[in-house]
Design a protein around this ligand. Sequence first.
Ligand SMILES: [Cu+2]
Length: 455
Amino acid sequence: MSGTRRRFFHDAAVFGAGLFGLGEGLRAGTLEEGFQSPRQNENGRHHSPYGSKGPHPAKENTLMHERAVPMATPDLADLPHEMDGGVKVFRLVAEPVKRKIAPFKTIDAWGYNGSCPGLTIQVQQGDRVRVVLENRLPESTSMHWHGLEIPIEQDGVPYISQKPVAPGEKYVYEFTVHQEGTFFYHAHSAMQEMMGLIGFFVAHPEIDHKPRVDHDYGLILQEWAVLPSNTVPNTAAMEYNWLTFNGVCAPMTTPLLARVGSRVRLRIVNLGMDHHPVHLHGHQFVVTGTEGGRAPESTWYPMNTVLVGVAQARVVEFEAKYPGAWMIHCHLPHHMMNSMMDLLRDRQIQTADQTEAKAISQMESLARSVPFEHVHPSPVARDAEKVPGFPQDAFMEMGMDEVVEKPETYGLPRNWSAGMMGMMTMIRVVPEKEYDAILERKNAPGAPAEHHHGS
Ligand SMILES: [Cu+2]
């Protein structure tokens, strides 16, 4: 195994799940040729979102047993499992969860095992899976396995396929996963879904897809209606003021990382009330799969915005060609903001009567309470206040680099966080050296752990 390759697998295990069995499959890889290292990609062999066409037939056989890299879900951990004979046993506890969605906002959501969204389940196609669901909610629940072809008794619909799981009770689901793809689990009750009861369920294919990816990332899209000075989401609302990727708003979202020239897979799932057009800056991608599994290559065409509808999964892949910190965000304008209602109070939706001094003092009082250093916002014209409609985005920027600092933000320009709000993250496409420097910080003793247990 070449040094580059070995190191790549090491990194994948660190950045990815790495918590359970998948690492073994990764280490078992035997093929040298046929695998394109990021460096080979840099040499220009692989610069198409469609990937390299047709590996050598002679290499086909050895490729067959390569396992996929695990998916990483930034800001969410993986759910570990135990083995019982040949069965992978997972334990999910439905319970109330405090989730810090922004440095100055913690909500009372519902989730699984202390996490909202729930911890990520990753299995191999063909696995026999048992999930023990324990209900610590104040009301009955059940679990639906979204997109999986399993017997009706496992479908998780109260009264139709099972009795509701009462508070304090446990319920055991067991099935064989014959599909591969991006699925999710969720409570089969509308309001409970909007309280956050959802998590990833990813089944990796028996034979890895080609072209193979170097990085695999997952994002769950959610929206929340939380009134000012409130912590409980209003699940009856039709409009939303907090939008999250994996349970956090930008700039708290942990940046995704990719080496220049690597191939990236991004799996996006949506379980809310709105559809989200998710846009990637600076690169073209192809949709390689949906909630139904892998899409044939003949259906791939270049895009950079994909509409992820409610209950859908969209899997996209691209070559990370251009170095930089590239935004990934929902493009609905109101989904690119964090609610400032708690902060703005008297300002709220009125834009008249706003003075620069007033706006800045509001920002500074919030900054002091979190606390972080408030960086002075972008300049405005001297006579700005005479222009009808002012201010719009002026004074909205809340740079808070220090409070959201983590290894993945190392090296970003000062006040980067002022440009990040709402349903937004970034993929940092970085050269080898910088990638390694970030990784070193991530592995350093005392490095901050993932923020997956809320506040
Ligand atoms: Cu959106």
